[in-house]
Design a protein around this ligand. Structure first.
Ligand SMILES: [Zn+2]
Ligand SMILES: [Zn+2]
Length: 141
């Protein structure tokens, strides 16, 4: 059993073992991963779990506000722990991704009138553009 900070234990106490395995795997992963990559990692860690079950648990974890998900222009969804507040700049051509050093909207205030009936769990923010290589290739430089 790996040591977990107190807040983490409280947060995850109502999770099933499977969901805790998944959350742990996401936390161990330095980068965000797709459901399929996560599934492969779990299988390699000798957990017997189906891909559909992985997606079902990911959805539950998202609903509990523990896992965030973002969709790439390719339609692929990537998952990471919600406490990792990271944003990306993605090239629409080659898909190259740059992790932004800080969250530009960390302290943003949302209109209270509109959010009062919501318990905010996480946010996503995406930037898209053309990387230098793709830009030069498109311009025929
Ligand atoms: Zn590119
Ligand atoms: Zn953020």
């Amino acid at each position: 059993m790996r040591f977990k900070p107190q807040s983490m234990v409280e947060q995850t106490s109502d999770l099933t073992t499977r969901q805790q395995n998944i959350l742990e795997e996401l936390n161990n992963c330095a980068d965000e991963i797709s459901g399929q990559q996560l599934h492969r990692a779990l299988i390699e860690g000798s957990y017997h779990i189906g891909l559909t079950t992985v997606y079902r648990h990911l959805r539950t974890l998202q609903q509990k506000g523990l896992v965030r998900c973002r969709n790439l222009p390719t339609g692929e969804a990537l998952y990471s722990p919600v406490n990792r507040d990271e944003h990306h700049l993605t090239c629409v051509d080659c898909g190259r991704t740059l992790v932004l050093r800080s969250c530009p909207i960390k302290n943003i205030e949302l209109p209270k009138a509109q959010t009062k009936d919501f318990e905010l769990l996480f946010h996503t923010l995406e930037f898209f553009g053309l990387c230098k290589n793709c830009h030069q290739r498109q311009k025929g430089i």
